[in-house]
Design a protein around this ligand. Structure first.
Ligand SMILES: [Zn+2]
Ligand SMILES: [Zn+2]
Length: 365
């Protein structure tokens, strides 16, 4: 009996009662039999944590534990070696569970099974992600077998009472320790907590009590979904008899668009213009994600990589209207004919060096 209660709870010797209580809650939750069915190591940990809290959670007992000599009239001396005394007030059986149930709202070792979450991947087109959509998805999940009403026994009736737990579904263990009796409860390993042993297995689920079922679900995706986003649909995961179903967790992929990228409701695109359009200016029509093309004015003397904003040209969700950012890129022709080259040279001579802003500024540096 040289376990250090402070180490068990992972707190320092100077921890406040609040710190001890919060450490205890965390650990008790972690190792609670409800969350670790059939895990004996967790059950042992749970017992240990409770034992530690029975002492450290009570300031009087804690003081006695910290200073055994004073409290036990010099008995034994040394650390916790003197714990042969009787705390009297500790009621043993039941006391621990009363404590736990105050924290966790009551229940037995197998009161509320929780279905597992089911993950699926859904791919949306660029437009579906932008505007939102309804989609039918296939979900494969576990559901209680309908033929046996989730019991695993033929017709839901062919079983007998479990002899190990006498039908209770859980086993109580009481241990005598130097500080009194410590009780713990765990799921019956023989019947798995049902309290029943199957006499004749259900022919549909072969006694497993559940089935893998393919279900179609119609889901509504809101507008402005992002690639890589996760959507959780409560209660559409694995279903368990008498418990809370798991969630359906959807990883959304969005197919890239040929022309557009999107940030929120704003759209971005690169639009090529000719050298002459850049030089002389023009009015162009760029594609919109929906409806008529958007009118964009290319100003005279437009540099390559100039971005023009078209207000309201982005995604219109009904609630929000984004803008379109058009990146104008100047396209310069290659492989000129002899005549084109001659004319271009003529033209080049008409321009003054001072008209090339960037070149001029660069040369100044
Ligand atoms: Zn049993
Ligand atoms: Zn069945």
């Amino acid at each position: 009996m040289d376990k250090n209660y402070y180490d068990i709870l992972g707190v320092s010797k100077t921890a406040s009662q609040d710190e001890i209580k919060s450490a205890y809650k965390k650990l008790a939750f972690k190792y609670h039999p409800d969350h670790n069915p059939g895990d004996n190591a967790a059950a042992d940990k749970f017992k240990e944590v409770n034992e530690a809290y029975q002492t450290l959670g009570d300031p009087d007992k804690r003081a006695a534990y910290d200073n055994p000599a004073s409290s036990f009239g010099g008995f034994g001396g040394g650390s916790s070696g003197g714990f042969n005394g009787d705390f009297g007030g500790f009621s043993g059986f039941g006391g621990i569970f009363d404590n736990i149930f105050n924290f966790f709202g009551g229940g037995s070792a197998n009161a509320h099974p929780q279905g597992r979450d089911v993950g699926i991947r859904v791919t949306l087109s660029f437009e579906e992600a932008a505007f939102g959509t309804q989609k039918e998805v296939n979900v494969t999940r576990t559901e209680p077998c309908s033929a046996c009403n989730g019991t695993g026994a033929k017709n839901g009736t062919e079983f007998t009472k479990c002899s190990t737990c006498n039908g209770a579904g859980k086993i109580r263990q009481v241990q005598n320790t130097p500080i009194g009796q410590v009780a713990s409860e765990r799921v019956c390993p023989k019947c798995g907590g049902t309290g029943k042993i199957i006499k004749e297995a259900c022919p549909k689920c072969f006694g497993k009590a559940f089935l893998r079922v393919n279900t179609k679900l119609k889901l509504t995706f809101p507008p402005l979904m992002e690639n890589g986003q996760t959507v959780t649909v409560r209660g559409e995961g694995d279903k368990v008899k008498g418990g809370t179903p798991g969630d359906l967790v959807i990883a959304v992929s969005v197919t890239p668009h040929k022309l557009f990228t999107r940030k929120g409701a704003d759209l971005y695109m690169t639009y090529p213009i000719t050298m002459m359009q850049a030089l002389l200016g023009d009015k162009v029509k760029v594609p919109a994600i929906k409806g008529d093309p958007l009118a964009v004015t290319v100003p005279e003397g437009t540099q390559s990589e100039t971005t023009v904003k078209v207000r309201g040209g982005g995604v219109d969700t009904g609630k929000r209207k984004g803008d379109m950012y058009v990146n104008l890129v100047v396209d310069i022709p290659k492989n000129l004919t002899r005549e084109q080259k001659a004319k271009a040279k003529e033209l080049a001579e008409l321009f003054k060096d001072s008209q090339y802003e960037s070149v001029k500024n660069f040369n100044r540096k």
